[in-house]
Design a protein around this ligand. Structure first.
Ligand SMILES: [Ca+2]
Ligand SMILES: [Ca+2]
Length: 235
């Protein structure tokens, strides 16, 4: 049996729904969006493997003025460099959008740290930057019991996932988040199935690994749909 609704009643209902949805979106966005004046992004050393088969780990915070990302400053919160016991307290770390330099504070006869991580493109708040794996670009020379020299087999500098990773489209599947994880995001993800550009993890739609665990793996695939389903609702 058809539902009969007078035009004023219909408009009223649509209006109220619209206002309610707007309010939800506004609340959700307040949780998603960061202040416009100063901003920071946390990055981590993602799968940085030395030619000796060890993993270098660390996270740093990049703080910048809005609209001036490349002139920000970076500070490591944690850092583990293989082949040395030296940590953040005595390492000198210089972070630039296209390279990270790590050296040892002071000069020692048989002890030293000289690490250069050069990137193929500047790191950004939304995408991973791959390590330049050319041994002449990204390399290390670390002393302790004799000097160990080498280069890197893999790695990238990856931004820590946005607070609402599954919201990257509006209700119609147009890219750009709207504060809700809903059908539109699902729709957009369908159009993004496949490898990320350059294989870089964390591209739009790549929010999880094959098993639905959060954290991109360089592919938009079944696991990302699985993760999205678990995140449906306001951000
Ligand atoms: Ca959305
Ligand atoms: Ca994925």
């Amino acid at each position: 049996m058809p539902i009969r609704m007078g035009l004023p009643e219909y408009a009223n209902r649509v209006g109220r729904t619209g206002i309610a949805r707007g309010a939800i979106a506004a609340v959700a966005l307040a949780g998603c969006v960061v202040p416009a004046d100063a901003d920071d992004v946390t990055f981590f050393l993602n799968n940085v493997i030395t030619s000796s088969g060890r993993q270098m780990t660390g996270t740093f915070v990049w703080t910048y003025d809005a609209g001036d990302f490349e002139n920000g400053t970076g500070l490591f919160a944690e850092l583990v460099v293989p082949h040395t016991s030296h940590g953040l307290s005595d390492l000198i770390v210089t972070i630039e959008p296209e390279q990270i330099e790590i050296t040892l504070d002071g000069s020692f006869h048989d002890d030293g740290v000289d690490v250069t991580l050069r990137l193929t493109q500047p790191f950004s708040p939304t995408a991973s930057a791959l390590l330049n794996l050319d041994p002449a670009e990204s390399k290390y020379s670390i002393g302790g019991n004799g000097f160990i020299e080498g280069h890197y087999l893999s790695g990238s500098i990856t931004p820590v996932m946005a607070p609402c990773p599954a919201d990257f489209a509006d209700d119609f599947g147009n890219l750009g988040g709207d504060g809700m994880v809903s059908f539109g995001d699902f729709l957009a993800m369908l159009g993004l199935i496949g490898p990320c550009p350059g294989g870089t993890p964390g591209c739009t739609g790549d929010i999880a690994d094959d098993f639905g665990n959060l954290g991109g793996d360089g592919m938009v695939s079944f696991g990302d749909f699985l993760a999205l389903l678990g995140l449906i609702g306001p951000c």
